[in-house]
Design a protein around this ligand. Structure first.
Ligand SMILES: NC(=O)c1ccc[n+]([C@@H]2O[C@H](COP(=O)([O-])OP(=O)(O)OC[C@H]3O[C@@H](n4cnc5c(N)ncnc54)[C@H](O)[C@@H]3O)[C@@H](O)[C@H]2O)c1
Length: 281
């Protein structure tokens, strides 16, 4: 594969928070974009086949700041659904999967992509942390050569980091081609990550979350205390309600995709905030 060959047509599969905005940013870069989502019937829900993708489109149009550079970029996106329009991916030279974070769903989609896409298409998965080799399991060697993690951060137009996660099977020329595309066309800073759970940014985030959870348990605090009092005070984004740990306790989600010095500052603030809460009890 020629690593300097630009991409012209991209298919983004999954029009949720990430897929819809990744599609928008690819359109900003001048690509023709097919944005496809499941038809609601596929998950036993009522609604017209395009209703999910249309809802996502409406949400995109209302976002502020906008995920689009201008109306010309918008006009480069074509909407569709997996039931009626999946064969549109045949023309794509880049396919980015951004469906729900479930290994079974992603694997099933990869099987479908392999059966439909061109043998030359590069396949990226936007998983937050599932090892890419597991997502590619069951696929041919030829497919696995073209498969890598393309991990964007939210919001994809504005956050500079794009982690690329090759597996042992990914052709290095594929990684180079996507890296060039990311840098030159999408304006991204590329970090090539090891294929380990959560890669780089989210791995740091998961670590800091564990630090906070240990501290919370040591201090006998509840997740709500931490979210409302500690995280707010430490000025760290945290949302209660995420499930973690044994017993399905309500947990926390720290969203770090930050360089080390900023993480250190955040952890220091977190320590101080915990100390304050301890004192006031
Ligand atoms: N939200 C973030 O900040 C963020 C950042 C980086 C990576 N990611 C990853 O991006 C991917 C998408 O996340 P998101 O935040 O856009 O999620 P989301 O919930 O907003 O969207 C999920 C998408 O998956 C589709 N979907 C749901 N059930 C499905 C099924 N059974 N089969 C096929 N498609 C199905 C939905 O219709 C929707 O398009 C996930 O792998 C997530 O881990 C998310």
């Amino acid at each position: 594969m020629n690593p300097t060959l630009p991409f012209r047509k991209v298919a983004v599969l999954g029009a949720g928070t990430m897929g819809a905005q990744i599609a928008a940013h690819c359109a900003n870069a001048g690509l023709s974009v097919d944005l496809l989502d499941i038809a609601p019937a596929a998950i036993g829900k009522p609604g017209a086949p395009n209703s999910l993708v249309e809802k996502a489109w409406a949400a995109l149009s209302k976002m502020n700041p906008s995920p689009f550079f201008n109306d010309a970029a918008k006009s480069r996106v074509r909407l569709g659904n997996f039931d009626e329009h999946f064969d549109r991916i045949k023309d794509a030279d880049l396919i980015i999967e951004a469906v729900v974070e479930r290994l079974d769903v992603k694997r099933g989609l990869m099987e479908r992509i392999e059966a439909t896409a061109s043998d030359a298409a590069v396949i990226g998965t936007n998983t937050s942390g599932i090892p890419i080799r597991e997502i590619g399991e069951g696929r041919s060697e030829g497919f696995r050569k073209r498969l890598l993690g393309t991990h964007f951060f939210n919001p994809p137009r504005y956050l500079k980091l794009l982690e690329l996660v090759p597996t042992a099977d990914t052709d290095p020329a594929v990684v180079e081609r996507v890296a060039q595309f990311g840098r030159v066309h999408l304006g991204k800073g590329i970090v090539v990550a090891n294929d380990v759970p959560y890669f780089v940014g989210n791995r740091i985030g998961a670590h800091s979350m564990m630090v906070a959870i240990h501290q919370m348990l040591a201090d006998g605090l509840a997740p709500e205390d931490v979210a409302e009092r500690v995280a707010k005070k430490a000025r760290i984004y945290a949302s209660p309600g995420q499930q973690f740990g044994p017993g399905g306790a309500k947990g926390l989600r720290f969203n770090f995709a930050t360089p080390r010095p900023i993480l250190d500052q955040a952890l220091a603030r977190l320590g101080e905030a915990f100390a304050d809460v301890r004192k006031s009890r």
